[in-house]
Design a protein around this ligand. Structure first.
Ligand code: FPP
Ligand code: MG
Length: 298
């Protein structure tokens, strides 16, 4: 997946993440290690990449403004995976081809590492206040980040996901869960990029809608991969949804229909994106990325 340019961008993001990791820890060192283990253990780094590309698309140029937010969104994503893997949630031992954080550091430290990443994400994002010419804009971006992660965003979706485990879902319920637990953070990533670059309110809304379609396609592809993916490529065992008695797009609509939905959401996102590009100019990398997600294998 994502030939050529993508690989290069992942390493760039990882350099940024490393720079923002906490360094002056003393007796709480173990949690800094667990945070690093969780954050630096691979992953596609999609959310910061989306954020940076959208920032560029709308003409953003200040690295010290966007980079704290790129690190922050990946910290939030990373915390969510650490907690999602805990015994009380999905109880998974492997992610990205390695043992999960609580497997390595114990359950209590796993919980605390997630908490630490979430808090530190906001400490990190707030670093943008130190250099910006426009604190109001940075404030709006911090607020968007908080909303996307919280009760009305990712966490809200996870709550319904957990509450409904083992129960059949209607299409309306599953869409609510997917839009929030997966769509919201991708939406936030792209909106923050647009806000920091000074896009208009209308453009921020448009990029948010595109991101939500990408998020839906992304999560439904996740369901497909859980059924017909390759354990080696995904880095965790397939069939975990079935193991956990989860109702997914595949259980609701079948494999072929689920794949069709992925394409529909991606096509809609791409169409809206190309219309937006009439104002902003093209970003072929983002176009290719949206298309590549349809067939992603990890
Ligand atoms: C994989 O992302 C993750 C998802 C598809 C999102 C699933 C949502 C949750 C686990 C929500 C959890 C929320 C809480 C509050 C615990 P990815 O394929 O980008 O992963 P990667 O970084 O490994 O590439
Ligand atoms: Mg889960």
């Amino acid at each position: 997946m994502f030939a050529l340019t993508f690989k290069y961008k992942v390493s760039q993001v990882e350099e940024i993440l490393r720079r923002f990791l906490p360094s002056d820890v003393t007796q709480q060192r173990v949690i800094a290690e667990a945070m690093e283990y969780a954050l630096m253990g691979g992953g596609k780094r999609l959310r910061p990449i989306f954020m940076a590309e959208v920032y560029e698309l709308f003409g953003g140029t200040q690295e010290d403004e966007i980079q704290p937010f790129m690190a922050a969104i990946e910290m939030i994503h990373s915390y969510s995976l650490v907690h999602d893997d805990l015994p009380a949630m999905d109880n998974d031992d492997y992610r990205r081809g390695r043992e999960t954080t609580h497997k390595v550091y114990g359950e209590a430290m796993g919980i605390l590492a997630g908490d630490a990443l979430l808090n530190y994400a906001f400490e990190t994002a707030c670093k943008a206040f130190e250099t910006t010419q426009d604190p109001a804009k940075v404030g709006r971006a911090v607020r968007t980040l908080a909303e996307g992660a919280g009760l009305y965003g990712m966490l809200g979706g996870q709550v319904v996901d957990v509450a409904m485990e083992g129960k059949p879902l209607t299409e309306k319920q599953i869409d609510f869960i997917y839009r929030l637990k997966t769509g919201a953070l991708i939406e936030t990533a792209m909106k923050v990029g647009a806000i920091l670059a000074g896009a208009s309110d209308e453009q921020v809304e448009t990029i948010g809608r595109i991101a939500m379609d990408i998020g839906m396609a992304f999560q439904i592809r996740d369901d497909v991969l859980d059924v017909e993916g390759d354990t080696e490529k995904i880095g965790k065992p397939v069939g975990s949804d079935e193991k956990n008695g989860k109702c997914t797009y595949v259980t609701l609509f079948g494999l072929e229909e689920a794949k069709k939905k992925v394409e529909e959401y991606s096509d809609r996102a791409l169409l809206a994106f190309t219309i937006l590009e009439e104002d902003t100019g093209r970003n072929e990398f983002l176009e290719e990325l949206i298309v590549a997600l349809i067939a992603r294998e990890r």
